[in-house]
Design a protein around this ligand. Structure first.
Ligand SMILES: NC(=O)c1ccc[n+]([C@@H]2O[C@H](COP(=O)([O-])OP(=O)(O)OC[C@H]3O[C@@H](n4cnc5c(N)ncnc54)[C@H](OP(=O)(O)O)[C@@H]3O)[C@@H](O)[C@H]2O)c1
Length: 273
């Protein structure tokens, strides 16, 4: 188990800044505020990151930069200037629960841009500009390996994100021996905006601020080039929603429901995040 205290712990080395792609709301915002608390100059990217009248931090001490990952022109032109060495956090996302045949061509295009091709193209620019070591912290999802229903596009794109960053490690190491990648697969978070329209028990889901503290503690302790971690919510009665940390990748769950001894599908509920 890793530490679960959200207390701000000093970060190793000479890291000066953090760029949070999707740092305006939800888990990204919590990660950005925790980066600020650890003394990092913290840039938050998002569509709602309104430019300030005066250059400098917003009232929360964060530096907003407008970026729309679904707009190729915005991905090409948003500023990637950051003091090195820096943390880069890939967090932006949105959820889609729909059978593929009900999904419009535009929804496929937009979600693919938001969850995969937009961040990949933006990361390409950020990495090309970076002058010193980069520690990439990627928020994928337990949906990258769990059995889900009517979420094939979302799950497929989250698995693509996870596989992409694992395979980025050798070239990042070749570029700089101190480059690092942390791949985080969280389970369900108490972020109602992400689960719009779904009737969920947010009291049994993980607190984004607590998860953000865990992620930063894992990043601070990381010595190897790559770490993959699962942060899943406890379902134990009395401690529902408590984050449980385990290391390493998980094998994908088979798509069919587990069979009972009699060979009939077990009447198990589908796991929701
Ligand atoms: N919530 C969960 O249960 C859960 C579980 C596992 C993994 N995750 C993953 O965690 C990440 C964060 O989710 P969250 O729950 O914190 O969601 P959230 O509160 O809805 O935040 C999403 C973030 O993504 C940004 N974003 C959305 N569309 C964008 C676009 N077109 N261009 C640039 N930025 C965009 C948003 O900023 P703007 O609105 O300012 O654009 C916001 O900062 C996602 O990748 C999600 O897949 C979530």
């Amino acid at each position: 188990m890793s530490p679960t205290s959200p207390a701000a712990r000093p970060l190793p080395g000479s890291f000066r800044s953090a760029a949070v792609i999707g740092g305006t709301h939800g888990l990204g915002r919590a990660l950005a505020l925790a980066a600020r608390d650890r003394g990092l100059r913290t840039v938050v990217y998002g569509r709602s990151a309104a430019p300030l009248a005066e250059p400098g931090p917003d009232p929360d001490g964060l530096l907003p930069r407008a970026l729309n990952l679904c707009d190729p022109q915005s991905v090409r032109t948003a500023s990637v200037e950051l003091p090195s060495p820096c943390y880069v956090l890939w967090v932006a996302g949105a959820f889609l629960k729909k059978a593929l045949v009900e999904t419009t061509e535009d929804e496929v295009e937009q979600l693919t841009r938001l969850l995969f091709s937009g961040p990949v193209l933006f990361l390409r620019r950020l990495l090309a500009e970076a002058e010193g070591p980069v520690h990439l912290i990627t928020i994928a999802s337990s949906s990258s390996w769990k059995r889900r229903e009517r979420e094939s596009l979302y799950c497929g794109l989250k698995a693509a994100q996870a596989t992409f960053v694992r395979n980025l490690v050798p070239e990042l190491l070749a570029a700089h021996p101190e480059n690092r990648v942390t791949l985080v697969n969280p389970g369900g978070l108490a972020v109602p905006d992400f689960h719009t329209g779904l009737a969920l028990d947010f009291g049994a889901m993980m607190d984004p601020g607590e998860v953000a503290g865990i992620v930063w503690n894992i990043a601070a302790d990381q010595r190897r080039a790559f770490t993959e971690v699962q942060i899943l919510r406890s379902r134990e009665p009395g401690s529902e929603g408590t984050p449980e940390v385990s290391y390493g990748a998980r094998a994908p769950q088979p798509p069919e429901e587990p069979a009972t001894a009699a060979g009939e599908p077990a009447a198990l509920p589908i796991q929701h995040h």
